[in-house]
Design a protein around this ligand. Sequence first.
Ligand SMILES: Nc1ncnc2c1ncn2[C@@H]1O[C@H](COP(=O)(O)OP(=O)(O)OP(=O)(O)O)[C@@H](O)[C@H]1O
Length: 254
Amino acid sequence: MSEVVLSVRNLVMRFGGLVAVDQVAFDVKKNEIFSIIGPNGAGKTTVFNCVSGFYSPSEGQISLFGENITGKPSHVVANHGLVRTFQNVRLFKNLTALENLLVAQHNHLSAGFIAGLLNLPSYKRSEKAALENAVKWLDFMGLRDMANREAGNLAYGHQRRLEIARCMITKPKLLLLDEPAAGLNPQEKKDLARMIDQLRHEFDISVLLIEHDMSLIMDISDRIMVMEMGKPLVTGLPEEVRNDPQVIKAYLGE
Ligand SMILES: Nc1ncnc2c1ncn2[C@@H]1O[C@H](COP(=O)(O)OP(=O)(O)OP(=O)(O)O)[C@@H](O)[C@H]1O
């Protein structure tokens, strides 16, 4: 049996009287691309926010590599190897593309604060490694020519790529992507799908994805969970989900 990376059980999230997520359960396995789809307001982003430590769930258990991370804050969850992007790109818009990738490595620099203050050789070495790493990721994402441009001035598709690079540079084991194809044109969507697939193979990561673009979802997902009104409706392979009468009804009506 393949290793379970993320396990979510009996997840419930209430906002006052509203039950946004109701008894959601799923596993993400090693190297898997697992997608969550569903109509607007189905609870997908709320699941993401619970899993990534932005919300503390009302009920349920979330574990990452067997370790209980339920209700742990996002920086702790990130230290366990889970990072995420957001529906609206959240970059440091006034910093350059390169600077965004340097800042992202701040917590991972091997030399400490004192070494930095005294500008010791160990700090210089780790700064050089961070710079090389940032350039490697700019290359991987096809952003090398834009290294010195302010992130806020990049085309939207490039900002999305930079945001994924900023996650990947922290060497995650599980990458959460919240609507990464939103606002992209058809060619950019195709490129994105190829890139996500390449990332999981080359860097041996698992991916948890929320997306509205059905062709992208059907193209790259290993398994899909469909949510409706906070509840999990169906979980299965893309072809199972595509042909499921409940799913067709949820999307198209009776
Ligand atoms: N912080 C919050 N406070 C109150 N209600 C919230 C909050 N976050 C989400 N909700 C509500 O929870 C429900 C699920 O929202 P959620 O954003 O998780 O859905 P979604 O499936 O991600 O939708 P979309 O596809 O439009 O992004 C909605 O009714 C939403 O209004």
